[in-house]
Write a protein that binds this ligand. Structure first.
Ligand SMILES: [Zn+2]
Length: 432
């Protein structure tokens, strides 16, 4: 199972790695401040000059960059190179406001493919694989990034894109797909559709799932591995920083290795911005070391995790961050209690008879918040007596209360009555 794409860097001695990071950091800071007015201004305001940052420890002095900087600089304000040097742009969906736009030089695309090649290799993809990419090919980074990484290792790529789930399964069977690339929610949907269509994963060649682009729990991993008969790993990336390939799990599935020769990862307190020590959970912050078109300095991801520098048995020396279960943006405050959708998922997945499809509705009833969790149950459940349903609802309500510290109303719904997602899942509807 264990194979390393780039031994020279991925297993580099940590002292040597810190030396390389320090050298590259100097260059990246100078590059950003010299070429991007946003950084020049924010450094001036902070009374900081690139020569003030002498070591990696000085990085703490550098002001944070947030998503707002991208929105305010829409579309090209954060670019450090003239547009004629940019060969590709991508952007976020921008569902609620202006999208964040990022650009890549030829060199950036080369680095991106290299880092995705490392990630897909760590997740178990090999040159002989047939990889079906079921991420949307569009403005977002997921499909193009992993596509390039898979091609670089020599795998055969099927750019299936999202949607048309029956066709996905037909392709999977006819083309002999061995690697599936998608969001975990879409993979669950595909697994369900397969059962409906009478496809058995025992008859398919599929053996590896490379999943990412949304928070998901280990319970969902186990479910996907069991249903599809695969090994499923998590990979992580944000378009503002680069896209997928920033970090990914190795076959040990115990944290995501950060490509530290190209990024510095920090964990900060989401409230105070103070840097947190190894092992403490907080918000992930990334600084790019080699990006040309859109360098990012101390980008606040909004994703919660902790970082470990302990050596990994796979041989990689790169730091690992824990699986991202939650984004600061996803946090719901229900009657004063902080609740993350992933906590709800964790509880539900532990209950026998519950399907991995649920939706959380939050509303206000008078002065009180009301949280309703709609859950699909196994088809065999419904013919049974009403009494059993009510009992079952109470039982889940109790478990949720125990874990979340807040009472939710549970409503069991018919199998397949909740929306399915071909991209990122939308778990919460907040009507307040
Ligand atoms: Zn490892």
């Amino acid at each position: 199972m264990n194979q390393i794409w780039n031994r020279e860097y991925e297993t580099m001695d940590r002292d040597e790695l810190r030396g390389l990071q320090s050298k590259r950091l100097q260059m990246s800071l100078r590059w950003a401040v010299a070429n991007v007015p946003f950084y020049r201004d924010s450094w001036e305001k902070a009374g900081l000059k690139p020569q003030d940052i002498r070591s990696l420890d000085d990085l703490e002095k550098v002001p944070f960059t947030t998503k707002d900087a991208f929105k305010e600089s829409y579309p090209y304000g954060l670019f450090a190179v003239p547009l004629e040097r940019v060969v590709r742009v991508h952007s976020s969906t921008g569902t609620t406001s202006r999208p964040t736009v990022v650009g890549y030089t030829r060199g950036d695309l080369n680095t991106w493919a290299e880092l995705c090649a490392r990630g897909v290799t760590a997740g178990g993809a090999r040159p002989h694989d047939v990889a079906q990419v079921a991420f949307g090919y569009g403005m977002q980074t997921g499909a193009f990034g992993l596509h390039a990484g898979l091609e670089r290792i020599g795998a055969m790529v099927i750019p299936a894109s999202t949607g048309n789930t029956r066709r996905q399964l037909t392709i999977m069977r006819d083309y002999g797909t061995t690697v599936l690339v998608s969001t975990p929610s879409y993979a669950l949907y595909i697994a369900e559709a397969a059962a409906d269509m009478g496809f058995s994963f025992d008859d398919l060649e599929l053996r590896v799932g490379l999943f990412g682009a949304e928070p998901w729990t280990n319970a969902v991993r186990e479910e996907l591995e069991r249903r599809m008969g695969i090994s499923a790993t998590d990979n992580y990336g944000l378009s503002e920083v680069m896209g997928p390939g920033m970090s990914g799990e190795c076959y040990l599935k115990d944290g995501l290795h950060v490509n530290e020769d190209h990024f510095i990862v920090e964990v900060v307190d989401p409230e105070t911005g103070e840097k947190l020590p190894e092992g403490k959970e907080g918000e992930l912050v990334f600084t790019s070391l080699t990006k040309e078109a859109v360098p990012v300095l101390r980008y606040r991801t909004g994703d919660l995790a902790s970082v470990s520098y302990r050596p990994c048995a796979c041989g990689r020396t790169f730091a690992r961050h824990t699986k991202v279960y939650a984004r600061t943006d996803d946090m719901m405050i229900v009657r004063g209690v902080n609740v993350f959708p992933s906590q709800v998922e964790e509880v539900l997945m532990a209950v026998e008879g519950v399907e991995p499809h649920f939706q959380i509705l939050i509303d206000r009833r008078g002065a009180l918040d009301e949280m309703v969790v709609q859950i699909e149950v196994e088809p065999s459940f419904f013919p049974d007596a009403m009494r059993r349903l009510v009992e079952f609802e109470r039982q889940i309500e109790d478990r949720l209360q125990e874990d979340l510290g807040v009472r939710a109303r549970v409503k069991l719904v018919e199998p397949k009555s909740l929306p399915r997602h071909t991209g990122k899942a939308r778990r919460v509807i907040d009507k307040r």
